[in-house]
Design a protein around this ligand. Structure first.
Ligand SMILES: *[C@@H]1O[C@H](CO)[C@@H](O)[C@H](O)[C@H]1NC(C)=O
Ligand SMILES: *[C@@H]1O[C@H](CO)[C@@H](O)[C@H](O)[C@H]1NC(C)=O
Ligand SMILES: *[C@@H]1O[C@H](CO)[C@@H](O)[C@H](O)[C@H]1NC(C)=O
Ligand SMILES: *[C@@H]1O[C@H](CO)[C@@H](O)[C@H](O)[C@H]1NC(C)=O
Ligand SMILES: *[C@@H]1O[C@H](CO)[C@@H](O)[C@H](O)[C@H]1NC(C)=O
Length: 409
C-alpha cells in the first residue's frame, strides 16, 4: 500500500496543496482553554442570572451564548411535548424570567419525575423509557483514556469513530486502511474509537479484551455506560468534553461510524483547500434539511408526539461529518443549555443551531450509500469523501484497490 505509486503521487500533491493551509493554520492561536464550569456536573446547570453573569469571568462568552441561543429558540415551537417544555424552561431561565429550571441529579429522581410528566409514558417503547428514566445524567467515568493522543505535532484531523465493544474487526479494518494514524502529506492524522463499556445487560463482558486492544493500539476511548442507540448522544457529549480536555488544538474533527469508508487523502485535500474563515466555522456532511420526527412506531427513529413536536434543525447525517476543532469548546458550552435528544445527529444539529452555525451540504458525503452497481467500484470511491456503509472486508479490498498503481479511473 505505502509503496504504491498512485498513493505516492496523491500524497506528494497533497503536501504541496496543504502546506500553505498548514502554515496559515499553525499561525492561528488555539482558543483559550475553557474553565471546567458546568462540565461533569448534573444537568441542567443552574441558570445564569444577569447578576451572576456580571460576576462571571466568562461574561463575554455567556452573553454571546445567550444571543446565539435565541436562534434556536425561534425554531423550537413552544409546546407541551416533554422536550419542548424542558428547552423553553431553560430559555426562560437564561432570560432570568422564570427563575429556576428543575435540576436532574445523576442517580436522583430526575428520570422518574420526567416519566411522571409524560401522560402516555407507559406506552413508550422500552428503549425510550430507559432514555428518559436515566435522566439527563452526563457524568460517566472514562475507563480507558488516551491522554497523549494529540501530543506532539498539532493534530490536523482527528478521526472520532463511533464503535461498540464487539466490533473488533470493523476497528481493525479502519486502522489498517483509512484510519491509519500518521503524518499524511505532512498533516498529522489521529484516530480514536468511541466506546461504551457494554452493549446491553445480556451481552458478554468484553471490557478486558477492549483494554488489551487499547494497550496494543492506543486508540480506544471507553466510558462506563451502556453502548446503546439512545446513548449515542451521551457518547457524543462525552467525546466533546474529552476533546476540550485532551485535543483542544485539533484543526478538524471527523465524526463517523465504524462501518463507513473514508477517502482520507481526499478529505485532507479538501480540508487543506479551505480558506481560513470557512475552515474555522466548518460543519459539513450530507445535510438533512426540513426533516421532522418519524411518527412510525416501528422506526428506529420513532419520536412520540408527547416527547417532541416541531421540525428538526438542518443537520449533518451522523454516518459521518466534519467540523472545525475551533468550535468544540463553544459546542460544549451551548450543550449545557440543550437537553439531550435521543437521536445523536439531531442533537448535534441543535447544538450547532444554538451556536448560529449552519451545516454546509457536501455532495461527496454519502451516508445513505450509493447505487448498488457502484458499491464495489474503486473509481467511484476514488471520487467520494465518505460512504456508508461497508463491511470490514469491503473496506480492506477497496482501500487496496484505491492504492493500486494499476488503477485506471
Ligand atoms: C438573554 O437574552 C435575552 C433576549 O435577548 C435578554 O432578554 C436576557 O436579558 C439575556 N440574559 C442574560 C443573562 O444576558
Ligand atoms: C423552582 O423551585 C421551586 C422550589 O424548589 C419549585 O417549587 C418550583 O417548581 C421550581 N420551578 C420550576 C419552574 O422548576
Ligand atoms: C470532562 O473533562 C474534564 C477534563 O478532561 C474531566 O476532568 C471530567 O471528568 C470530564 N467529565 C466527564 C463527565 O467526562
Ligand atoms: C512532527 O512533524 C515533523 C515534520 O513533519 C516530523 O518530522 C516529526 O516526525 C513529527 N513528530 C511527530 C511526533 O509526529
Ligand atoms: C445509557 O447508559 C446508562 C448507564 O449505563 C444506562 O443506565 C441507561 O439505561 C442507558 N440508556 C439506554 C437508553 O440504553
Amino acid at each position: 500500500m505505502q509503496g504504491s505509486q498512485c498513493m505516492t503521487v496523491v500524497l506528494a500533491l497533497l503536501t504541496l496543496g496543504a502546506l500553505k493551509a498548514y502554515i496559515d493554520w499553525s499561525a492561528v492561536q488555539p482558543e483559550r482553554q475553557p474553565t471546567s464550569r458546568g462540565v461533569g456536573t448534573a444537568w441542567p446547570p443552574s441558570p445564569i442570572s444577569a447578576a451572576e453573569a456580571l460576576d462571571n469571568e466568562e461574561l463575554g462568552l455567556s452573553l454571546r451564548l445567550n444571543a446565539s441561543l435565541q436562534l434556536l429558540r425561534q425554531n423550537i415551537p413552544e409546546a407541551s411535548a416533554f422536550w419542548n417544555r424542558r428547552q423553553h424552561q431553560i430559555f426562560r431561565a437564561l432570560e432570568g424570567v422564570a427563575g429556576n429550571a428543575s435540576r436532574w441529579e445523576c442517580g436522583g429522581d430526575g428520570g422518574r419525575e420526567a416519566a411522571a410528566e409524560i401522560k402516555d409514558f407507559s406506552s413508550y417503547p422500552v428503549l425510550y423509557q430507559r432514555f428518559l428514566l436515566h435522566g439527563d445524567c452526563r457524568n460517566y467515568p472514562l475507563l480507558v483514556n488516551q491522554p497523549a493522543k494529540c501530543a506532539g505535532n498539532r493534530t490536523f484531523l482527528l478521526l472520532a469513530i463511533k464503535s461498540v465493544p464487539g466490533n473488533f474487526a470493523a476497528r481493525q479494518a479502519v486502522r489498517e486502511t483509512w484510519g491509519r494514524e500518521g503524518n499524511l502529506g505532512g498533516l498529522p492524522v489521529r484516530t480514536v474509537f468511541l466506546l461504551g463499556s457494554a452493549q446491553g445487560s445480556h451481552e458478554p463482558d468484553l471490557r478486558q479484551l477492549v483494554e488489551y486492544e487499547s494497550q496494543l493500539f492506543r486508540d480506544v476511548l471507553m466510558w462506563d455506560f451502556e453502548d446503546t442507540f439512545f446513548n449515542l448522544t451521551l457518547k457524543d457529549w462525552l467525546f466533546l468534553n474529552w476533546t476540550v480536555g485532551h485535543c483542544p488544538g485539533a484543526r478538524f474533527i471527523l465524526k463517523g461510524d465504524d462501518d463507513v469508508f473514508i477517502n482520507t487523502p481526499k478529505v485532507l485535500g479538501y480540508l487543506g483547500s479551505l480558506d481560513t474563515h470557512t475552515a474555522q466555522t466548518l460543519y459539513t456532511g450530507q445535510v438533512m434539511a426540513n426533516a421532522s420526527p418519524f411518527r412510525l412506531r416501528k422506526s428506529k427513529y420513532y419520536v412520540p408526539e408527547s416527547f417532541y413536536v416541531g421540525p428538526y434543525p438542518a443537520y449533518a447525517g451522523g454516518g459521518g461529518y466534519v467540523f472545525s476543532g475551533r468550535l468544540v469548546h463553544r459546542l460544549l458550552q451551548v450543550s449545557q443549555y440543550i437537553p439531550f435528544y435521543p437521536i445523536d445527529d439531531v442533537y448535534t444539529g441543535l447544538c450547532f443551531q444554538g451556536l448560529g452555525v449552519h451545516p454546509q451540504a457536501h455532495p461527496d458525503f454519502q451516508t445513505f450509500d450509493i447505487a448498488e452497481k457502484d458499491r464495489e467500484d474503486p473509481c467511484v470511491h476514488n471520487k467520494l469523501l465518505l460512504v456508508h456503509r461497508r463491511s470490514p472486508q469491503q473496506t480492506v479490498r477497496l482501500w487496496r484497490q484505491l492504492g493500486d498503481a494499476q488503477l485506471q479511473c
